[in-house]
Design a protein around this ligand. Structure first.
Ligand SMILES: [Fe+2]
Ligand SMILES: [Fe+2]
Length: 197
């Protein structure tokens, strides 16, 4: 397997989680719904913990955190998401619009975050010995949380946007009510939204 690419993935993961802390901190300034606020406060704490988990894994695998071209790209996108939310919050648009923008930005960030961990899972399945053990221990702590971060945030964004269009929304979203942790579960929850209204 390509160790250099594994190391690059870990650098990207560290940057993604660090960016995630800033993204949730900014998103929480845009949030209006009390349930969503509570969710994102939890996700912020979990993301802070993910930074530590990635740092620990890197040190166990002997990978020194450093600047890489891929990290710069991840940071650039993360900063753009923070800027987009700030722009929305400071605009003349109704406050609800900034809350929806925050949902979109969180979903975009969590798509990358979730993708990173999914890739590391694939790598861990093929790895051996101490390397495998270290990777699996990290994934064990994080996996379910990343599923929730992505699928639940997407659900919030969809339902709040539906409500903004003047239609009946399911709040909290079906993904959260059904405690969805897989892509199939998210698709099922979305399909069941009519019955949940
Ligand atoms: Fe994370
Ligand atoms: Fe996450």
């Amino acid at each position: 397997m390509n160790k250099a690419q594994r190391d690059d993935l870990l650098q990207q993961m560290l940057e993604t989680e660090m960016g995630g802390v800033k993204i949730y901190t900014t998103a929480l300034q845009c949030v209006l719904n009390a349930d969503l606020k509570e969710e994102w406060e939890k996700y912020l704490d979990q993301t802070k913990n993910h930074v530590s988990i990635v740092q620990k894994l890197m040190s166990e695998l002997g990978v020194e955190p450093k600047e890489t071209p891929s990290r710069k790209v991840v940071r650039h996108i993360g900063e753009a998401l923070v800027q987009a939310m700030t722009m929305a919050r400071q605009s003349d648009a109704p406050k609800q619009a900034a809350e929806i923008v925050a949902c979109e930005c969180v979903s975009l960030a969590e798509t990358k975050d979730h993708g990173n961990w999914e890739l590391l899972t694939k790598y861990g399945e093929a790895a051996k010995g101490d390397e495998k053990k270290a990777i699996e221990a990290a994934i064990d702590e994080v996996e379910d949380q990343e599923d929730e971060h992505l699928y639940h945030s997407k659900g919030w964004g969809r339902e709040l946007a539906i409500a903004a269009l003047g239609m009946k929304a399911v709040l909290p979203p079906p993904e959260e009510q059904k405690d969805v942790k897989t892509a199939i579960g998210a698709a099922r929850a979305k399909a069941a939204r009519k019955e949940m209204m």
